[in-house]
Design a binder for this molecule. Structure first.
Ligand SMILES: CC(C)(COP(=O)(O)OP(=O)(O)OC[C@H]1O[C@@H](n2cnc3c(N)ncnc32)[C@H](O)[C@@H]1OP(=O)(O)O)[C@@H](O)C(=O)NCCC(=O)NCCS
Length: 314
């Protein structure tokens, strides 16, 4: 098979500097360690310091990914960043990253699809590589969710956190790279979750139960569809990297799928829900064990409502 494009040649992540445990939150909110662990699976998360934001985290993750790939920033010819928490409406986070890493002059834009952002942006990056419009893409997922969450709202303050992940994608065709994507959105469900821009009083609201039910249904549906239409068997899947929203969503979905036990990547116990950051933040822990010829499925879902999944051949 040689229809893949966008081989991952470097991965990196950056998390907010402040580690916040459930115990820390229980000191300022009417919550407790047991509730948060049992209902969400989260034990601790990282919050950005005052001098950090979505763009600084995205830039740090990008520098780490470039160093890991062993390449110079001037070999990148497109920057795509998935985010919903850019510090300002303009400029885009991708532009700020370009400046920070020394890749000014190349194409740079953001993709907005809430927690599904990375999975959407991966499909865009793949298309650009496949068409020949770009040869090497810096693909980022980054969010500073503390900037849009009401830290006095216990139902959301315990879940969301700050972090960014970046990958360097190389080449327009080859054995390894993205192969296929599913994208979906249904604006009729927009009232189930929304948030204003950072710095405004319009804080994040979600109907947690409805979002939960939707995510637990759409996640396995997408994986099954993606594998079936590409004739990939569940045993060929080495990793499923889901958006890290809630451990119960992930486990409910896994029970409905036939992918090998242990293939699902879970790190929300350490990082919480970093929205568009949550999938690419996962790569540094698993990239070194990638087995050529097998597959990685990345699965996003979130406000919009939006959903998307990507099939990547290692
Ligand atoms: C938010 C979420 C963790 C809440 O869990 P839940 O089991 O559905 O809990 P509910 O919202 O039904 O609340 C149950 C009770 O716990 C309480 N509760 C909520 N947050 C709490 C907290 N941090 N500590 C203690 N109790 C809490 C509620 O007030 C409610 O109390 P009540 O029954 O007296 O009214 C869960 O719905 C979820 O994760 N949904 C998915 C959301 C998501 O992924 N969003 C991101 C978009 S991808």
């Amino acid at each position: 098979m040689s229809n893949a494009a966008g081989k991952i040649i470097g991965v990196g992540r950056a998390l907010g500097s402040r580690v916040v445990t459930n115990h820390d939150l229980a000191e300022v909110l009417d919550t407790d360690e047991a509730w948060v662990v049992e209902r969400t699976g989260i034990k601790e998360r990282h919050f950005a310091d005052d001098d950090e934001d979505c763009a600084t985290l995205a830039a740090s993750a990008s520098k780490a990914a470039l160093a890991h790939a062993g390449i110079q920033a001037d070999t990148i010819d497109l920057i795509v960043c998935a985010t919903s928490t850019a510090p300002e409406s303009m400029p885009s986070v991708a532009c700020l990253v370009g400046e920070a890493i020394g890749a000014a002059g190349v194409g740079a834009f953001d993709v907005s699809a809430a927690c599904t952002g990375y999975a959407y942006a991966a499909s865009v990056a793949h298309s650009m590589l496949k068409s020949g419009a770009a040869r090497r893409v810096l693909l980022i997922g980054a969010d500073a969710m503390t900037r849009v969450v009401d830290q006095k709202d216990r139902s959301t303050a315990v879940i969301f956190a700050d972090g960014a992940g970046a990958v360097v994608l190389d080449g327009g065709s080859g054995e390894s790279g993205f192969v296929d994507h599913i994208l979906g959105a249904d604006g009729r469900m927009a009232p189930l979750g929304r948030a204003g821009h950072p710095g405004t009083e319009n804080k994040l609201y979600q109907n947690g139960r409805e979002v939960f039910k939707f995510a637990a249904r759409i996640f396995p549906e997408m994986v099954e569809k993606l594998l079936a239409r590409n004739n990939v068997s569940p045993e060929e899947v080495q990793y499923v990297i889901p958006h890290q929203a809630n451990a119960r969503i992930i486990h409910a979905a896994m029970r409905k799928m036939e992918v090998p036990e242990g293939s699902v990547v879970v790190n929300l116990d350490r990082f919480g829900n970093t929205s568009a950051g949550s999938i690419p933040i996962s790569y540094p822990d698993i990239f070194g064990s990638f087995e050529p010829g097998r597959y990685v499925v990345t699965v996003g879902f979130g406000f919009g409502l939006t959903w998307a999944a990507n099939l990547y051949r290692i």
